[in-house]
Design a protein around this ligand. Sequence first.
Ligand code: F6R
Length: 609
Amino acid sequence: MCGIVGYVGARDAADVLMDGLSRLEYRGYDSAGIAVFENGQVRVAKSKGRLADLEEKMKQEGKPAGHSGIGHTRWATHGEPSDRNSHPHAGGSVTIVHNGIIENYKKLKEFLLSKGKTFLSDTDTEVVAQLLGYYYELTPGNPVDAIIRTMKELEGSYALGVMFADFPDMVYALRKESPLIVGIGEGESFIASDVTAILQYTRNYYLLEPGEIAVLTKAEAKVYDIHYQKIEKELKTADWDVSAAEKGGYPHFMIKEIHEQPVSIKTTITPRITDGMPDLSECGITTESLNSFKAIHVVACGTAMHAGIVGKYVIEKLAKVPVNVDIASEFRYRDPLVGEGDLVIIISQSGETADSLAALRLAKSLGAKTLAIVNAKGSSIAREADMLIYTHAGPEIAVASTKAYMVQIAVMYLFAFELALAKGKIDEAECRRLTSLLEETPAQIEKILAHHEMTQKIADSLITADSLLYIGRGLDYALSMEGSLKLKEISYIHSESYAAGELKHGTISLITENMPVIAVATQTALFDKTISNIKEVKARGAKVILISRDDYTPDQDVADFQFCLPQFEDLLMPMLAVVPLQLIAYYTAVHKGTDVDKPRNLAKSVTVE
Ligand code: F6R
């Protein structure tokens, strides 16, 4: 939520900041702004709306010209999206951009009002700017001292980029909770919420830890702790290059990321397979540890939670171990029955989701072992978990998650295979067979992607719908939850996913003439039962879109549209069946003309509760 960037060097700062923000816009797009040192003075340009609105404004009013500055793209929390509430915010001679939430801002604001300060916005961020300004006035010429004093007062989460008018060629940064990296180039330094923002200039960076302060000049970046002691940081190198964060000829990131799924699966599972067998030992998972867990819990939000539900079905089926799946925001406040001997798996693409991070901390405090399945390297969840499996999906830019979900379920399969083997529920030959089938999924997905025209026809038939249902049984039901979320978040068409057998307990009364029902039927053992449920909705007027395998030819009265998947192992069908569901959501949104990569009201990284 919110993206921040900062730059000191020889380039045109406004260009670098705008370029960085364009790669962070997925984090929020309610407003954007930059501040640049122009001839020794801070000049701010900011605007409600997208980055494009700010660009337009700068075309008319002139772009701040200089070689150092900070920038921000906002997902509004305190105060409506408006020019007034847009970052950067100022307090005296201090100008800042902020990602996070200051929980004690009201108390701090009262204090500052009592000192005669006045406020121009409704934001918590302006309170931080004023507090920094206040402390700087007490110790003029000593920015780090003002920063340290301010840090001691702030409660909540923050990553801040700061400029002091007295120090024109310098940018300061500090963080607690919200992510921030410091980029190191040749004669230039950067800050950014995410390494993708600076990849065009450098792949070398430091991860700023909570409580650390960075001081950037064009020659170097120094990092200090809260006692102003210098810290020697390990220089990291991003393994993504700039093309990974660009559209590469696709019209949207979402469709590019859907097409990247076969490669993402390979890069994620290949290093975790040794001699044809799953091998998660590098992540601290051994037969011994797998046998020691009394209970397994999966905790996550949104799409990541849906990946957990697929994982539950697979683990329970193969390893015969009960798995609880929880929504992180519920788990953290309902006194969960978790304790020593339990394993809590946290799944998260960003590794920064506030509720998932809090759930991880709660699980640890209750004595459970934690395993994080995370995509973003060095993120908070990755660093705090006891055990870690990185998914290697590369940067996921579209707000609607696709390839991250795919690799999350791929990892859940590997985990389930290894657990089932450790528990003696499958033998080595079966484990080897399942692992080799998992390795075949990228080729199967390539086949689906090569012949997906039907998903466009289906999408065409959905654009006038107000509401639709997804139905399925077993793994198909688990999967359809994700299909439904994808459709609603980007096409704004209401949809729900339902266990097919549950419809007649109430929900079937929603079915009217031509209401679309997307039925997923890939599981052999449940197939006839799902087809019966489909016939029940069809008989009541539903327009049925059937996602099944190509060995099934439905009777005429079953489906209006059918998308055929290759024949494959039942257990692994979710990895195939999710692809047409993603494509149907994508094309429906495209045909409706919505903003596919940046749907309204959403942001990619949800760092607030
Ligand atoms: C939907 C989507 C979200 C995220 C959720 C958790 O397409 O992307 O539902 O899955 O906000 O985010 P992470 O995985 O970053 O914890």
